[in-house]
Design a protein around this ligand. Structure first.
Ligand SMILES: NC(=O)c1ccc[n+]([C@@H]2O[C@H](COP(=O)([O-])OP(=O)(O)OC[C@H]3O[C@@H](n4cnc5c(N)ncnc54)[C@H](O)[C@@H]3O)[C@@H](O)[C@H]2O)c1
Ligand SMILES: [Fe+2]
Length: 419
C-alpha cells in the first residue's frame, strides 16, 4: 500500500524538482524506518517577500499598490468579517485605488464548496489578485481559488505533489493566527466532506507572493484559539525536526521556533495584548513554517487531518492532543529519539531525553487547557480502523521517522484516547 501511495505522489510527476518528495521515492522503498536523506538535492521554498511587525498590514498595501492590481478578491471567514477586520482591509485597499470583492464564507477546515463559491465571485468580479485574510482556513481556501483561477479544473485534481502547471494568481496572505504558517507555505489543505478526508495539495505554485504577519491583527485572538494555533506551530517544529527530510536550515528554523514558543506561548495565552509575546509568536510560527515547508511533517499531521475531516475538529487541538503520543512511538527510531532529547533541552527540561520532551508536551497542554484526550474530543473508537487507513494515505506521514504498521497507528490512537 505504501508503494502505491508513493507512486501516486511521486511517480506521477517524473520531472519533479522538489527535493523532499522526489527523495521519498528512494527512501520509502528501502526500509520500514526511512533512511535520512543526507545525500539528496534539497530545495528551499518560501515566499519572495514577507512583512512582520506592527504596521506590516499598511506596508503590504503599499506593496500591492505598486503592483497596480485594479481589482482584488478578499478571501476570509465569518469570524473575521464579524470583528470588522475584512471591512478594515477593504477600506485600506479602496483608499489605495483598488476595487474589492469579498468572499467571507470560508469555514474552519475549508471544503470544496468554499473553493467553488469563492472562485465564482473571483470570476464575476474579474479579480486579478487574491488577498487572504485570517488563519489557515482562509489562506488555504484562497490558495485553492487562486490556483484554479490560473489552472482550471477541480481542486481535487491537484491533490498530491506539484500537480499544477501554472503559478496561482498573485496572492497576498494577511495572517491573523499564529499558527498554521499557511500564509507562507506551499501546502493547501481542503476537506472533501463526501469522503470525510482532508486533501493535501503540496505545490509551489500556491506559495503566496507576499506573507504578512502584523501582531496588531492578533491582539483579539481568544485564549483557546491562541493556544490551539500555537500548539500547531510547535507541532510543525517537532515534526520537521524529526523528519527524515530535515536539513541544517530546517533544523535551525525548528529549534529557534521552539525557543520562541517556549518563551511566548503561555505568556500570550494569559495576556493576548502582550505585544512582545504576540510578535514573537508571529516569528515562531513563520520559522516553524520554514521548517515544515521544506522538511515536511509526520504522523501527527497525517492523523490530525483525519480527525479534522471526520469530526470537523480544530486542527491545532488535534495536533496538540496527538503530538506527545506520536513522538513517544517515534522513539523507536534512534535518530528521532536523540533529536527529541535535543528538543527537550530547548523546551527547558533538565534532562535531554525523548521521555522528558514528551513529558514537557503533556505539561504544556495542561497549562494551555488543551483537552486531555481523544475521548474528550468526541472521537469514536469504532472509527479507528478507517482513521488509520486514511492517515496511511495522507502525504504527511511519508517523512515520519518511523513508518508505522496499521496496528501501530491504531495503538497510537488508543493511547491518545485513553490518556
Ligand atoms: N496550508 C498549510 O500550510 C497549513 C498548515 C497547518 C494547518 N493548515 C490548515 O489551517 C486550518 C486551521 O487554521 P487556523 O488554526 O489558523 O484556524 P482558522 O483559520 O480555522 O480560524 C479559526 C477561527 O479563528 C477565528 N480567528 C482567526 N483569527 C482571529 C483573530 N485575529 N481574532 C479573532 N478570531 C480570529 C476565525 O474567524 C475562525 O473562526 C485547518 O484547516 C488546517 O488544516 C494549513
Ligand atoms: Fe498544522
Amino acid at each position: 500500500m505504501r508503494t502505491t501511495l508513493v507512486n501516486r505522489l511521486v511517480y506521477k510527476r517524473p520531472l519533479l524538482s522538489n527535493g523532499v518528495f522526489a527523495s521519498l521515492k528512494r527512501s520509502t522503498l528501502q526500509s520500514n524506518t526511512f533512511k535520512r536523506m543526507s545525500s539528496s538535492v534539497t530545495g528551499f521554498y518560501i515566499p519572495p517577500v514577507s512583512y512582520f511587525g506592527e504596521g506590516a498590514l499598511e506596508q503590504s498595501i503599499e506593496h500591492l499598490k505598486k503592483k497596480e492590481f485594479s481589482k482584488v478578491l478578499i478571501v476570509t471567514d465569518p469570524g473575521i468579517a464579524k470583528i470588522g477586520l475584512s471591512a478594515k482591509v477593504a477600506d485600506l485597499l479602496k483608499k489605495a485605488g483598488v476595487e474589492v470583492s469579498i468572499y467571507d464564507k470560508t469555514q474552519p477546515n475549508p471544503n470544496i464548496q468554499n473553493v467553488v463559491d469563492g472562485l465564482k465571485i473571483l470570476k464575476e468580479n474579474d479579480a486579478k489578485a487574491v488577498i487572504s485574510l485570517g488563519g489557515g482556513s482562509a489562506h488555504d481556501n484562497a490558495k485553492a481559488i487562486a490556483l484554479l483561477a490560473t489552472n482550471g479544473g477541480q481542486i481535487g485534481d491537484y491533490e498530491g505533489v506539484d500537480r499544477s502547471k501554472n503559478q496561482c494568481l498573485p496572492l497576498f496572505a494577511i495572517n491573523t493566527t499564529a499558527g498554521t504558517a499557511s500564509e507562507m507555505t506551499r501546502f493547501t489543505i481542503i476537506s472533501n466532506e463526501e469522503k470525510k478526508i482532508k486533501m493535501a495539495i503540496i505545490d509551489n505554485n500556491v506559495t503566496p507572493s507576499v506573507a504578512i504577519n502584523d501582531p496588531t491583527l492578533m491582539y483579539g485572538l481568544p485564549p483557546a484559539l491562541t493556544a490551539a494555533t500555537g500548539m500547531d506551530a510547535l507541532t510543525h517544529c517537532f515534526e520537521a525536526y524529526v523528519s527524515t527530510a530535515a536539513n541544517p536550515i530546517t533544523d535551525a528554523c525548528a529549534l529557534k521556533g521552539i525557543d520562541l514558543i517556549r518563551e511566548s506561548l503561555c505568556e500570550v495565552y494569559k495576556n493576548g495584548q502582550d505585544k512582545k509575546a504576540r510578535t514573537d509568536m508571529c516569528y515562531a510560527e513563520y520559522l516553524a513554517g520554514m521548517a515544515f515547508n521544506n522538511a515536511s511533517l509526520g504522523y501527527v499531521h497525517a492523523l490530525a487531518h483525519q480527525l479534522g475531516g471526520f469530526y470537523h475538529l480544530p486542527h491545532g487541538v488535534c495536533n496538540a492532543v496527538l503530538l506527545p503520543h506520536v513522538q513517544k512511538f517515534n522513539t523507536a527510531d534512534k535518530v528521532a529519539a536523540k533529536r527529541l532529547g535535543e528538543i527537550a533541552l530547548h523546551l527547558g527540561q533538565s534532562a535531554g531525553t525523548a521521555e522528558s520532551a514528551v513529558q514537557a508536551l503533556h505539561e504544556l497542554n495542561k497549562q494551555l487547557n488543551i483537552p486531555r484526550n481523544l475521548k474528550e474530543l468526541g472521537v469514536k473508537q469504532e472509527d479507528f480502523d478507517i482513521l488509520a487507513d486514511n492517515a496511511m494515505n495522507d502525504a504527511c506521514h511519508l517523512t515520519n521517522p518511523v513508518q508505522f504498521t496499521k496496528d501501530e497507528v491504531k495503538q497510537i490512537l488508543q493511547e491518545a484516547y485513553d490518556c
